[in-house]
Write a new protein. Structure first.
Length: 231
């Protein structure tokens, strides 16, 4: 996607909530599409949005070699990361990406405090996976926006293998393609097809402004100081 188009889409979703986007997609006839399975939840209450960068991992099918703990630690574990469960998509991350990972639904710590932080510093705005994430205490300290099906403990060895990147995938029962818009907050995650992303943003902003006006009246009546959600 050209830089100008990316910037236009990112700007269009800068102030939108998941519920606003859901209402907009309903208005456009996408009633049964976009909202990821409700079991995919945020690691912590936050909001993120961006353009999907996708990766797919499959269950590992190879043999498990017989080895000592020393051999596993000093040799095979590293070989696994470099040859079997690789992360080639990390080198492609751009500012404004939202990383969407199909882990085949396995509760495996494919992403953790190190690789997530590296992608975040490269420009990724958030992460979502239908599998597990680990090192969650550190992720909370680092304030990495992450939505996942599980919180896991394991490494990837003998559990996952890399399959493909930048392809259509299925996460949370929703098809996600590279450059689709992803919006996530405490209400979950929603994916907007790139073909309707700008139109959906227009309707979503109407919904958001209507909500702000209605809630602003309650703030004033209650004597509460206005905050950014109603200004």
């Amino acid at each position: 996607m050209k830089d100008q188009k990316r910037e236009e889409l990112l700007a269009a979703y800068a102030d939108l909530r998941v519920c606003d986007v859901r209402d907009a997609m309903d208005a456009l006839g996408y009633f049964h599409y976009g909202s990821l399975d409700a079991r995919i939840r945020p690691l912590w209450r936050t909001r993120a949005y961006g353009l999907a960068r996708t990766a797919r991992y499959l269950p590992y099918t190879g043999p498990v070699p017989r080895m000592s703990a020393k051999e596993y630690r000093e040799k095979w574990s590293g070989i696994y990361y470099h040859e079997i469960c690789t992360y080639p998509w990390c080198d492609d991350v751009e500012e404004g990406d939202f990383i969407v990972i199909d882990q085949s639904g396995l509760n495996v710590g494919l992403m953790g405090s190190d690789n997530s932080f590296g992608c975040f510093n490269a420009g990724a705005r958030g992460f979502v996976s239908n599998g597990g994430v680990r090192d969650t205490d550190e992720l909370l300290l680092q304030k990495i926006p992450f939505w996942s099906r599980y919180i896991g403990q394991t490494m990837v060895q003998v559990r996952l293998q890399f399959e493909a990147k930048n392809i259509p995938i299925a996460v949370g029962r929703v098809q996600v393609r590279p450059d689709d818009m992803v919006v996530a907050d405490g209400d979950g995650v929603i994916v907007v097809p790139q073909e309707i992303a700008l139109e959906a943003a227009e309707w979503a902003h109407e919904e958001h402004e209507s909500d702000k006006k209605a809630r602003r009246k309650h703030y004033l009546k209650a004597g509460m100081e206005l905050d950014d959600t109603v200004k």
